[in-house]
Ligand binder design. Structure first.
Ligand SMILES: *Cc1c(COP(=O)(O)O)cnc(C)c1O
Length: 389
């Protein structure tokens, strides 16, 4: 253990990192690792990406923060780029995934009361979901291991079963103001929704005048091979939350919404001191340019298909791998019972960083601009790790 004064909220590896470049990261002893965690799907352009370094350097010489009492060209431009690329009408900026979901829940409650009166306050969430750690976002996180110690949470939240439309239908009525779900569940093990399920949830939301909220904090911002995973499914939510990769490593979150969903949000309803500051938005603009203008999305599709294909070959060869799931460069390798931790530890010995998730899953989250050669190097190291199990 490294002696320190940081609060004891994480189980960390005894690694202290000093610098990085692309998918490579070096610790304070000078040992270099291949980083396929990317700060948990955050560093979409890799470490020390010149586009992000330049955005930070240039913008910080002009303005870092002005508050939301005033406008900045960067906030207006990023909102414009996000809406242009997604078909949403409005954006609210914040600083994290949790905050973006908190905002979405407040939009839903405001919408519900405006449309259906004081009683239209119920929210339906999914079993095995993850939406963040604040009390609101935690309340709709359908996993008791996160919620239990912090009850009482916000009321009127009902858990349904992901990919089981009957379970959603059974909980729907006119008092429901929103359904929130991840199109690809991330923390619980990279589980993509069935297209039929998403379409049926969309229809139920229409029927009961409830908002459909997609949490794309992890699967959004290009990781799926489209800007947002829901574009792959062809199912448009009313509200879409994002964060992680949006700033290429710089903290920023955003809530995208239709006019229909956001029109009841008026001055005084919500806010964030840091939200959408010029520096964070300059980073977001840099990421959007790469994703949309330079067709990084096409590269993600190609590299994702290659990586998951090669991982499926390993699954054929090694019994310890049960299944490979995912979309684009959001890939989960489900290991045999009890083997997830050992797989990550063995990979670490091969100097390959991988993240765990629920359901005995090991997550591959390389930067979106990863090359085929870098994937090959990672696969070589992962195979050595799996062979050692
Ligand atoms: C990471 C994550 C969050 C929480 O984001 P923070 O930035 O840690 O608050 C919410 N939802 C999903 C799907 C996530 O993956």
């Amino acid at each position: 253990m490294i002696e320190n004064h940081v609060m004891n909220t994480y189980s960390r590896y005894d690694l202290v990192f000093a610098e990085g470049h692309g998918p490579w990261i070096t610790d304070v002893n000078g040992d270099e690792y291949l980083d396929f965690v990317s700060g948990i799907a955050v560093n979409c352009l890799g470490h020390a990406a010149p586009q992000i370094a330049e955005a930070v350097a240039e913008q910080s010489k002009k303005l870092i923060h002005i508050s939301n009492l005033y406008w900045s060209p960067q906030q207006i431009e990023l909102a414009d780029r996000l809406c242009q690329a997604s078909g949403f009408d409005r954006v609210f900026f914040c600083n994290s995934g949790t905050e973006s979901n908190e905002t979405a829940l407040k939009i839903a409650r405001k919408y519900g009361k405006a449309k259906g009166g004081a009683e239209k306050t119920k929210i339906i969430c999914m079993h095995d979901s993850f939406h963040g750690r604040s009390l609101g976002a935690l309340s709709v996180t359908g996993q008791e291991k996160y919620r239990e110690a912090f009850r009482p949470l916000i009321g009127e939240v009902y858990d349904a079963v992901f990919n089981d439309i009957a379970s959603v239908e059974a909980r729907m009525d006119d008092r429901v103001c929103a359904v929130i779900l991840e199109p690809v569940q991330g923390e619980s093990g990279i589980v993509p929704a069935d297209a039929e399920f998403l379409k049926a949830v969309r229809a139920l939301c229409e029927k009961y005048d409830a908002l459909l909220i997609f949490d794309e904090v992890q699967c959004g911002m290009g990781r799926s091979g489209r800007l947002f995973a829901h574009q792959k499914y062809g199912v448009m939510p009313d509200v879409c939350t994002t964060a992680k990769a949006l700033g290429g490593g710089f903290p920023i979150g955003a809530v995208l919404a239709s006019d229909k969903a956001s029109e009841f949000f008026v001055p005084g309803d919500h806010g964030s001191t840091f939200g959408g500051n010029p520096l964070a938005c300059a980073c977001g603009i840099a990421v959007m340019k790469e994703l949309v203008e330079k067709d990084l999305l096409g590269h993600v599709e190609e590299m994702g298909a290659y990586l998951s294909g090669r991982l499926k070959e390993l699954a054929e060869k090694y019994d310890v791998i049960e299944e490979v799931r995912g979309m684009g460069l959001l890939i989960g390798v489900q290991m045999k019972e009890g083997k997830k931790g050992a797989a990550i530890d063995e990979a670490l010995k091969q100097r390959l960083l991988l993240a765990g998730a629920g359901n005995e899953t090991v997550r591959f989250l390389p930067p979106l601009n990863v090359s085929r050669e870098e994937l090959d190097e990672g696969l070589k190291r992962f195979e050595a790790a799996v062979a050692a199990l």
